[in-house]
Design a protein around this ligand. Structure first.
Ligand code: CTP
Length: 415
């Protein structure tokens, strides 16, 4: 059961966020405007979950109010006049302000055209009932819940429900959002919503690669993305993104391992694992369709290439320098992906040793030190540096003195 939203606000928001919305409410009352907290933060507050950023909607001039609010709270203000929106950054707190809008869609998949509207209009253009609630902030009405679509009841019943039958046609990315919220909160798609989703699955094809990728990235940003991916697979959504994309048990297993490995570039790694079993041409289709940024495309492409090299990494008695030679030039995310996904223990061990030790091996002598010792500049110098590194990787030399001795031997042999 949900208690008074006012109490929830006081309990769930940080003191800075609470002070800011109270100041926003006072300013709005002074200007005879209505201002509301909206969207995900309202849902999170009502669910008693922490929520990072604040979304505010003003019935009227949001930019003017944002200016006064930023001044009074010493925040950094960025204005997007074309969209009638503003952002305030206050320490670690991000606040978005927008004018209440009404929306119409010219055609499925297109971005909507927008006019000024009421809070009801603004909520009516949103994705799900649980995201279509607002809390009034002006003095006088502070803490009052605006819930025209039964979002509170759906929160109680743990349901993700669209606001109308054309919701997924208007914006097919909502199908991916629906499973993301469903799996994040352990909710269910409301049965009619699920029927509509199954009806409209094909609409995903009308969505630009950038928007699909953004939603996939949001999914990959969840604590356990494999849950939403599995569900998206079952509902036929992944196949619409790319026919080879699957959200199966194997993926769940490698995603879990990726988190345990705590790799720094998780998104590129997740994408590399998502496409691990793709053929090279399918990888190209995928990165092209989703317009993935450079490092992600590189990780996906490298993984497809490196996977073909893995049998040569399984040979017995392979020197570390040979492993280094083979892996040099592949992106780290692709090597991590292969280390996580390979079935071969010996390959995994070699990839892991490369990632954790061998790739960091440095010789004590560099190019200029070699030149001082009499090695002429040019390709020979490069070959000698590589010889030093290989010898160090393979444990044939250990100290700087060993390196000097190796160079002197090389010079005395007149090479
Ligand atoms: N929204 C929508 N349709 C979309 C994207 C967003 O209706 N395709 C609305 C929802 O009301 C959502 C709000 O815009 O609550 C803000 O979007 P976003 O920041 O993506 O979502 P949050 O609800 O803040 O979700 P999250 O918890 O994932 O940050």
């Amino acid at each position: 059961m949900i208690t008074n939203p006012l109490l929830r606000l006081e309990r769930r928001l940080s003191p800075e966020a609470l002070a800011l919305i109270q100041r926003a409410g006072a300013l709005a009352a002074k200007g005879r405007l209505r201002i509301y907290l909206v969207g995900g933060v309202v849902r999170d507050v009502l669910m008693n979950r922490p929520s990072a950023d604040l979304d505010l909607v003003v019935e009227g001039n949001a930019i003017g109010l944002a200016g006064s609010l930023a001044r009074e709270s010493n925040g950094r203000l960025v204005i997007h006049r074309r969209f009638g929106t503003a952002k305030i950054r206050l320490g670690s707190l991000n606040v978005d302000l927008a004018m209440a809008r009404a929306e119409t869609y010219a055609r499925p998949g297109a971005l909507p055209s927008v006019q000024p509207g009421s809070i009801q209009d603004d909520l009516a253009r949103r994705d799900f009932t649980v995201n279509a609630m607002a809390i009034r902030l002006e003095r006088g009405g502070f803490g009052q819940l605006v819930d025209p679509f039964g979002g509170q009841a759906d929160l109680d019943n743990r349901l993700i429900r669209v606001l109308h039958d054309r919701s997924f046609i208007d914006d097919a990315t909502r199908m991916l959002r629906a499973v993301r919220y469903e799996q994040r909160f352990g909710f269910r798609l409301e049965p009619d919503t699920e029927k509509l989703l199954r009806r409209d699955v094909g609409m995903l094809r009308s969505i630009s690669g950038d928007r699909i990728r953004h939603e996939l990235e949001m999914m990959l940003g969840e604590e356990q993305p494999e849950k939403a991916l599995k569900r998206a697979g079952e509902l036929g959504l992944l196949a619409e993104v790319h026919p080879a994309l699957e959200g199966n048990g194997w993926l769940a297993e490698v995603f879990r391992k990726a988190r345990e490995a705590a790799a720094p570039q998780t998104v590129a790694l997740y994408f590399a694992l998502l496409t691990y079993r793709f053929k090279e041409t399918q990888c190209e289709d995928f990165t092209h369709r989703l317009k993935t940024p450079g490092p992600v495309s590189q990780a996906v492409r490298d993984t497809a290439r490196l996977r073909q090299q893995l049998p040569s990494l399984a040979q017995p008695c392979l020197a570390p320098s040979a492993v280094f030679e083979l892996l040099q030039g592949y992106s780290l995310a692709s090597i991590q992906a292969c280390a996580i996904a390979t079935d071969s223990a010996v390959v995994r061990e070699r990839l892991t040793l490369y990632l954790t030790r061998w790739r960091r091996v440095r010789t004590g002598l560099d190019g200029s030190a070699l030149q001082k010792m009499g090695v002429p500049a040019g390709p020979e110098l490069g070959r000698l540096l590589k010889e030093l590194r290989d010898a160090k990787l393979d444990g044939r030399i250990v100290t700087r003195e060993d390196e000097i001795e190796l160079v002197q031997r090389w010079l005395s042999q007149g090479r």
